[in-house]
Write a protein that binds this ligand. Structure first.
Ligand code: FRU
Length: 426
């Protein structure tokens, strides 16, 4: 096994190793309760999936004249759920109480980069909205492509009155980052599953004042002389958490830096990386799929996490294995795209309801079901919010809140009820 982290100009890169990942298992404290069919679906005409909140530079959820804003990938609900990624469009929702949400409509009216827009993050700074997103697909191509680059839209403003929020342009769209081929794999270098270069996440470190953009990528892991076939194949699974810095703090000017963490020989996709700082520690969360683990390592669709004493690392997997939260074994694809954020003394985790009524162990089987069933088994709205306790290198689910529940600052939450949490392994 080749598990020595590569060295990046003096800094030794953190790695999620096969040995650590070998201890991934469902256990009490990491399994969400069965969610069942959506109890609350405020936008039944839309598929809603990856979602993020408008925040200020310090990571606080922004307050725009009494409203908080969420951005989501959306598609018309009559579309087959599996096709939604091909037409994803970013919409804005807003809420005054963090319970009842309203649709402010699609954010861009043309002009966005890429053939379609995938996940990102949103910064509210000096009254201006910066929307970081993934420009997916090459807009100059006739056919659909899977090129990914990190883009921003800026110049937009949010105005609020008693009728709600209006988000208006004109937006200026810019490509911010593309893979360099040394730290970050390009599409041409990719040997295995589709490469990734997406999901930008703004993070300013209050301890150092440094401004960062985290993203999902792949670290080049070419076949080496002497590699046997199995090792060469395992190295095709090379997910990493990428990072860029803005020396001046300017939200529009970024330079790539070496990855914060990689998962070479462990997993191909470390999705939607984001950080929660608690007790002076840096909790780095990613989402990943059962089907993106390398041969010989198994793990469910889940929220995985790592902890370090500084943003640069060195990172240790939470709970020894990295697994923080997953779905119950009878509904292993119930939720996905978890996003953790601090609330008071605990962490809340928002996600979307995926195939909540499907017990198979691979989503490939979904495509074989009649179309009506594919739609019926898919949530396409937000899942119940999870409550998570952090304790040093360990985490523990504490219970749930309603779907679409993003409590207002300082809002006291009811006592956590962990009796609904499944207890066992499977
Ligand atoms: C996670 C994800 C993101 C991507 C989006 C595309 O759910 O794969 O990485 O931005 O979905 O729909």
């Amino acid at each position: 096994m080749h598990e020595t982290p590569e060295s990046d100009g003096g800094r030794s890169r953190s790695r999620w190793t096969r040995e650590q990942a070998a201890s991934i298992e469902r256990r009490r404290g990491n399994i969400a309760p069965p969610a069942g069919a959506p109890e609350l679906d405020p936008f039944p005409d839309l598929h809603v999936w990856d979602t993020w909140l408008l925040r200020d530079r310090h990571g606080e959820i922004a307050d725009v004249n009494g409203y908080r804003l969420a951005f989501s990938l959306t598609a018309p609900a009559d579309l087959l759920p599996g096709k939604r990624h091909d037409v994803a469009e970013i919409r804005c929702f807003y809420s005054a109480d963090g319970k009842r949400w309203h649709d402010a409509g699609p954010v861009f009216d043309g002009g966005a980069l890429g053939q379609r827009q995938w996940a990102g993050s949103a910064l509210y700074d000096d009254g201006e909205v910066y929307l970081y997103y993934t420009a997916a697909g090459d807009e100059a191509a006739d056919e659909m492509t899977y090129t990914q680059r990190i883009a921003v839209a800026h110049g937009g403003t949010a105005s609020a009155d008693e009728d709600g929020i209006e988000l208006s342009g004109p937006w200026t769209h810019e490509t911010l980052l593309t893979p360099d081929g040394e730290w970050y794999e390009t599409e041409a270098q990719s040997r295995g599953m589709t490469y990734t270069f997406r999901d930008p996440w703004f993070f300013e470190d209050s301890a150092t004042g440094e401004t960062h953009l985290l993203f999902e990528a792949n670290a080049p892991a070419p076949e080496r002389p002497g590699d046997d076939e199995a090792t060469a194949h395992r190295r095709e699974f090379n997910g990493c958490v990428g990072v860029a810095v803005s020396e001046s703090g300017d939200p529009l000017s970024w330079e790539l830096r070496p990855p914060l963490l990689d998962a070479v020989e462990v997993n191909q996709e470390l999705e939607r990386p984001h950080v929660v700082v608690a007790d002076g520690r840096y909790y780095l969360f990613v989402c990943s799929h059962v089907h993106t683990f390398a041969p010989g390592v198994t793990g469910p669709d889940g929220l995985y996490g790592f902890v370090a004493d500084a943003l640069d690392g060195e990172y240790r997997p939470l709970n020894g294995s990295g697994l923080v939260a997953t779905n119950p074994p009878e509904a292993p694809f119930q939720a996905y795209s978890w996003m953790a954020f601090a609330h008071d003394e605990e962490v809340l985790v928002q996600s979307f309801l995926n195939y909540y009524d499907f017990a198979g162990d691979s989503l490939d089987a979904i495509a074989d079901l009649p179309e009506a069933e594919q739609r019926e088994r898919f949530g396409g709205t937000l899942a119940p919010t999870l409550r998570l306790a952090l304790d040093g290198d360990s985490t523990r689910l504490r219970g749930t809140l309603d779907a679409w529940r993003i409590p207002t600052p300082d809002e006291p939450l009811p006592p956590a009820d962990d009796s609904e949490l499944p207890g066992g392994d499977a």
